[in-house]
Design a protein around this ligand. Structure first.
Ligand SMILES: Cc1ncc(COP(=O)(O)O)c(C=O)c1O
Length: 357
């Protein structure tokens, strides 16, 4: 079976070199040298300042909400992975959904302009599949409404918008380093803060609230371990090659499928990290036909994101009708895309897909 993704394993010798260093330092966690080295290398790679590695992006999001004292309501998108909303609900914050734009599949800034901001303390947009949401329009509105912007940038590692890291926009951005992402630490993530004091506060929150030996706030344990940092450093050593192999597959799919299925419209002046190759089909009947044919042939694309998040009854939320998110979530498939996937296999995937349309 060819899965939608297979985690990238870096060269074993290089990974072992980083693991060996742990046997010298005997430090496994608590701001160890490998986490510090990874932090410095990510600063340079991404050209960002206040970057804080954490144990995963879901906890990273909750830490970001706590850092800014968000407690009541947040406006977010229904077209995302469940962690965007569950991180809010877990922290006692009610998600208010605004529908998405039918072309970019990101939160519609036009609809956001009509929203009531009563009790709303922040906006949590998602850069869906690494495609930047309209950050300029959104941040203008957030400034006018005096609310924070915390981006769920889980998919946005390495994406550049208007010559700046996408992670440097907003009050905070949270990126995932989960095993399935283009850059990963097995489990992990990072929060990037625009403000120095928010960064310092979050640094204490992820370490039980300790500050100069005293507990100055209610914290959590969200630290990244040295083993995860070792894996991340080894993956980072090969990142340019990983991205270029993903890019080759992405371009292959795009060239072969253009005119047959609908693609996501990407924001101009932004780069692509090629983590996902999502396609939009005509309707759910066609999607199920394609899925059936592909599974029969040993390919496992993924219905990502499905369902639209307001459909998850365990999460108490508010929304008006969300027709665009509902429609797109029933018609979307992400095709297999990972660095070790061969072009010859991608060709078979395309042939199978075209047969089933
Ligand atoms: C949009 C989005 N947000 C948050 C997450 C959660 O990331 P993590 O697995 O690092 O907690 C994911 C994971 O895929 C995601 O896709």
């Amino acid at each position: 079976m060819i899965f939608v993704t297979v985690p990238y394993l870096p060269k074993k010798k290089n990974f072992l070199k980083y693991l060996d260093s742990i046997y010298s330092t005997k430090q496994l966690t608590n701001s160890g040298p490998l986490v510090n080295l990874l932090t410095e290398r990510l600063k340079t790679k991404l050209n960002v300042n206040n970057i804080l590695p954490v144990c995963n992006a879901t906890i990273g999001l909750t830490v970001a909400y706590k850092t800014f004292g968000i407690t009541k309501k947040a406006i977010t998108t229904p077209f995302s992975f469940v962690a965007t909303s569950s991180s809010l609900a877990w922290t006692g914050i009610k998600p208010i959904y605004v529908d998405i734009d039918g072309l970019s599949w990101n939160m519609s800034t036009e609809l956001l302009g009509y929203e009531s901001f009563d009790d709303v303390e922040c906006i949590v947009p998602v850069h869906v599949f690494g495609n930047p949401v309209n950050v300029d329009g959104l941040e203008r509105l957030a400034r006018a409404k005096k609310v924070k912007v915390i981006y769920d940038a889980a998919h946005a590692f390495g994406v550049v918008y208007k010559e700046k890291s996408l992670l440097s926009y907003g009050d905070a951005s949270v990126v995932s380093f989960h095993a399935t992402k283009s850059f990963h630490t097995g489990e992990g993530g990072a929060i990037v803060f625009s403000d120095d004091s928010a960064y310092e506060h979050a640094k204490s929150l992820i370490n039980f609230g300790f500050e100069d030996g005293d507990v100055s706030a209610i914290g959590i344990n969200a630290k990244m371990s040295e083993m995860h940092a070792a894996l991340g450093l080894a993956v980072l050593d090969e990142y340019d090659d990983i991205e270029s192999r993903r890019g080759e597959l992405f371009n292959f799919y795009e060239n072969r499928l253009r005119g047959h299925v609908t693609f996501q419209e990407r924001l101009k002046q932004s780069s692509n990290n090629y983590t996902y190759f999502p396609i939009l089909l005509e309707d759910e009947v066609q999607l199920k036909r394609v899925l059936h044919e592909m599974v029969k042939n040993g390919f496992l694309p993924r219905r990502y994101f499905h369902p639209s998040l307001q459909r998850i009854s365990a999460i108490d939320s508010e929304s008006a009708g969300l027709p665009v998110s509902d429609s797109i979530s029933t018609r979307i498939l992400c095709l297999p895309l990972f660095p070790d996937l061969k072009i010859a296999t991608a060709k078979k995937i395309v042939d199978c897909l075209l047969r089933a349309l």
